[in-house]
Design a binder for this molecule. Structure first.
Ligand SMILES: [Zn+2]
Length: 65
Protein backbone atom coordinates (compact mmCIF):
# COMPACT_ATOMS: atom_id res chain seq x y z
CA UNK A 1 0.00 0.00 0.00
CA UNK A 2 3.07 2.26 0.04
CA UNK A 3 5.31 3.33 -2.76
CA UNK A 4 9.06 2.86 -2.86
CA UNK A 5 9.49 6.03 -0.81
CA UNK A 6 7.13 5.01 1.98
CA UNK A 7 4.34 7.32 0.91
CA UNK A 8 0.76 6.06 0.64
CA UNK A 9 0.28 4.81 -2.89
CA UNK A 10 -2.38 6.05 -5.26
CA UNK A 11 -3.80 2.56 -5.46
CA UNK A 12 -7.55 2.42 -5.95
CA UNK A 13 -9.69 0.59 -3.43
CA UNK A 14 -13.39 -0.21 -3.34
CA UNK A 15 -15.32 1.00 -0.31
CA UNK A 16 -17.08 -1.96 1.32
CA UNK A 17 -20.01 0.21 2.36
CA UNK A 18 -20.91 2.16 -0.78
CA UNK A 19 -18.97 0.26 -3.42
CA UNK A 20 -17.39 3.35 -4.88
CA UNK A 21 -13.75 3.32 -5.86
CA UNK A 22 -11.42 5.70 -4.08
CA UNK A 23 -7.72 6.32 -4.05
CA UNK A 24 -5.82 4.98 -1.09
CA UNK A 25 -5.52 8.30 0.81
CA UNK A 26 -9.31 8.69 0.85
CA UNK A 27 -10.10 5.41 2.55
CA UNK A 28 -9.31 3.78 5.85
CA UNK A 29 -9.17 0.14 6.83
CA UNK A 30 -12.32 -1.42 8.17
CA UNK A 31 -11.85 -2.25 11.86
CA UNK A 32 -12.78 -5.87 11.23
CA UNK A 33 -10.44 -6.27 8.31
CA UNK A 34 -13.11 -6.65 5.68
CA UNK A 35 -11.61 -4.04 3.39
CA UNK A 36 -11.55 -0.30 2.94
CA UNK A 37 -14.10 2.29 3.98
CA UNK A 38 -14.21 5.73 2.42
CA UNK A 39 -14.19 8.86 4.54
CA UNK A 40 -17.68 9.77 3.40
CA UNK A 41 -19.13 6.50 4.67
CA UNK A 42 -17.23 6.91 7.92
CA UNK A 43 -18.69 10.33 8.59
CA UNK A 44 -22.19 9.33 7.59
CA UNK A 45 -22.16 5.95 9.30
CA UNK A 46 -25.22 5.70 11.53
CA UNK A 47 -24.59 2.19 12.77
CA UNK A 48 -21.18 2.81 14.29
CA UNK A 49 -19.98 -0.47 12.80
CA UNK A 50 -17.42 1.21 10.59
CA UNK A 51 -15.94 3.45 13.23
CA UNK A 52 -12.57 2.46 14.54
CA UNK A 53 -12.46 1.60 18.23
CA UNK A 54 -11.03 4.22 20.52
CA UNK A 55 -7.34 3.86 21.06
CA UNK A 56 -5.93 3.68 24.53
CA UNK A 57 -4.01 6.80 25.30
CA UNK A 58 -0.40 6.10 26.01
CA UNK A 59 0.30 6.33 29.73
CA UNK A 60 2.05 9.54 30.58
CA UNK A 61 5.46 9.26 32.16
CA UNK A 62 5.36 10.36 35.77
CA UNK A 63 6.31 13.96 36.09
CA UNK A 64 9.52 14.51 37.99
CA UNK A 65 9.34 17.04 40.75
ZN1 LIG B 1 -18.03 4.50 0.99
Amino acid sequence: MFDAYGNPSGEQLDCIACGQTYERPDVTADPEGRGAVCSLCLTTDRTGLLVLPAQQAAPRPAEAH
